[in-house]
Ligand binder design. Structure first.
Ligand code: PEP
Ligand code: MN
Length: 378
């Protein structure tokens, strides 16, 4: 990857809107009615845990036939919300037309959604519509795990002269089942931060978690990784929400979650030693994640071993191991890792896995049993 050229962006505190780090944004997935906007915003304001009210007016739905947002009529609701509560307003834009309508209505901030970021034509059209306009824009990661598209969208806005930019991590659509709606794949925001430490990272734990009970955990992970803010979906009556009902918190639950979160001091990014410390911190976090994941993998391997024994199946399953290795080598190529490195790493993991699977049948508890061909695992 070519050496990243720093983007000349301003920190949140210099956006001229009275905002501070951590940037806290809360509000419903969609603006549904004036009453819903006002009731939710009043409760969020009363809880005192957000500076900005979010609500989508144009909703990009995967399939047609679902609620596609209230459209431009909602701009007036957000105006009233601002006047009455003093919260700032942010909404999603996907076209130059949306941008024009928002600017005319005095919306304070804009975000680009996960289905728009991956389309350079759309992002460019938005950037062109924003030339000469001094409004903060938050760029959500593309729905697919592609760091370059995320950075590219930030660069397009930057080229259009926008300086109040931040990135929002909302997780990635992934082909494997995970406990999340959108896999967090923390390595992507971390790589964005490593390439562009000047760009603030905001986490949207709602779209990562997909259900209310996991939002707090995801939010805390983000804060531990040095994220500078949160965007959370909050609805006064989540059960009857017209989009993303499962992941919207009540204002009370949101306030309770915010009270329980531990906010870390920002790591300064100026100066060589600070930058080094920040990068080392990221490495430490990743190493910890790698160790945790390896531990989980070994536990699961052990359970597979029990299962095989119970069903009298051989521990060694050559086709299974071949397919694991083939998949890892494909991934390695996509991630720019050398095939030799990934083969060595997988062999080491495999050896330990075999040891754990075999340890229940009287094999030595440490070291790989001599009789076991370590090339194969199921
Ligand atoms: C949203 O914020 O409601 C939304 C549509 O998000 P995303 O673009 O991240 O899916
Ligand atoms: Mn949503």
């Amino acid at each position: 990857m070519s050496h990243p050229v720093p983007l000349n962006v301003l920190p949140v505190a210099q956006w001229g809107l009275g905002l501070e780090r951590p940037l806290l944004i809360a509000g419903p997935c969609s603006a549904e009615s004036e009453e819903q906007v006002m009731t939710t915003a009043r409760a969020i304001k009363a809880a005192g845990k957000a500076q900005v009210f979010r609500a989508g007016l144009w909703k990009p739905r995967t399939r047609p036939g679902n609620f596609e947002g209230a459209g431009p009529q909602g701009l007036q609701w957000l105006r009233r919300m601002k006047e009455e509560t003093g919260l700032l307003a942010i909404t999603e834009v996907a076209t130059a037309e949306h941008v024009g309508a928002c600017l005319e209505a005095g919306i304070d901030m804009l975000w680009i959604g996960a289905r728009t970021t991956p389309n350079p034509f759309s992002v460019q059209a938005i950037a062109d519509a924003l030339k000469g306009v001094d409004i903060p824009v938050l760029v959500k990661n593309p729905i697919n795990p592609d760091l370059q598209l995320w950075i590219g969208a930030l660069e397009r806005l930057h080229r259009a002269g926008l300086r109040k930019l931040a990135a929002v991590h909302r997780g990635f659509s992934w082909f494997e089942r995970t406990p999340y709606r959108n896999s967090p794949m923390w390595e992507f925001p971390i790589r964005l931060k490593a390439a562009h430490p000047e760009v603030e990272l905001i986490c949207d734990p709602s779209h990562i978690a997909g259900s209310v009970d996991r939002i707090g955990t995801v939010a805390q992970q983000a804060l531990d990784l040095g994220f500078g803010g949160l965007m959370v979906e909050v609805h006064h009556d989540p059960e009857h929400a017209r989009s993303d009902a499962d992941q919207q918190m009540t204002p009370a639950a949101y306030a309770e979650m915010l009270n329980a979160l531990i906010f870390r001091a920002a790591v300064p990014t100026e100066g060589m030693s600070d930058r080094l410390a920040e990068l080392r911190d990221l490495i430490d976090q990743l190493d910890e994640e790698i160790a945790q994941k390896l531990g989980t993998r070994m536990d699961i391997a052990e359970r597979i071993g029990d299962h095989k024994r119970a069903h009298n199946v051989a521990i060694l399953q050559p086709e299974r191991w071949d397919s694991i290795l083939r998949r890892q080598l494909r991934l390695a190529q996509q991630l720019g890792l050398s095939a030799d490195f990934v083969r060595d790493l997988m062999d080491a993991i495999h050896r330990e896995s075999i040891r754990r699977q075999s340890s229940g049948i009287g094999e030595p508890a440490s070291g790989s049993p001599a009789s076991v061909d370590i090339e194969r695992e199921g």
